[in-house]
Design a protein around this ligand. Structure first.
Ligand code: ZN
Length: 174
């Protein structure tokens, strides 16, 4: 019967959804559950068993807040991380371990440019143009440059974010 077929399909679809939810996807960040592009510098593979213990410690340190609970749920759903070949964003790891809030990654193909991102893009353009002069900038200095362009304080990234964003873009060559 048609209806039975339909029910069976629905059932199996739901079943696989459930399985997917309970496992860490091979290409999704353990921490934020968003896709990890392994070609990007920001991507990391979980290679040590200590990683999971460390995350558990951080969950405790975070006082089991929303993000910690989410991560813990994912950790509990797999037996050992390296065997699952789990991946994560190094930026998420840094944020998670520093008790910061979760960052949203820009989804490829649908770039969301915030004012802060626009300011940063302009800053990078500026750096790429003037870098040859061997001018040295401090992070505060970079922020001041953005302020001089008329960006408001709350519209620009903080110095720590600027540092991370620049690292993401230029690697260690700074
Ligand atoms: Zn992530």
């Amino acid at each position: 019967m048609r209806t039975d077929d339909l029910l069976m399909c629905n059932h199996s679809a739901g079943y696989f959804d459930h399985i997917q939810d309970s496992l860490i996807g091979k290409d999704h960040c353990v921490l934020c559950a968003e896709p990890v592009d392994v070609k990007k510098k920001d991507s990391r593979k979980v290679e040590t068993f200590g990683f999971e213990d460390r995350l558990q410690e951080v969950c405790f340190a975070r006082g089991y807040d929303d993000w910690a609970m989410e991560v813990q749920g994912r950790l509990e759903s797999c037996i050992d991380l390296p065997a699952e070949v789990a991946v994560y964003h190094s930026s998420c790891h840094a944020r998670f371990c520093c008790c910061q809030s979760k960052a949203r990654h820009v989804v490829v193909g649908r770039p969301v440019k915030t004012t802060a991102q626009q300011a940063l893009d302009r800053l990078c353009g500026h750096l790429e143009t003037y870098c040859d002069n061997n001018e040295m900038y401090t992070l505060d200095g970079l922020r001041t440059v953005m302020m001089e362009w008329g960006y408001r304080d709350q519209d620009a990234y903080g110095t720590r974010s600027i540092k991370n964003k620049l690292k993401e873009r230029y690697g260690e060559h700074m």
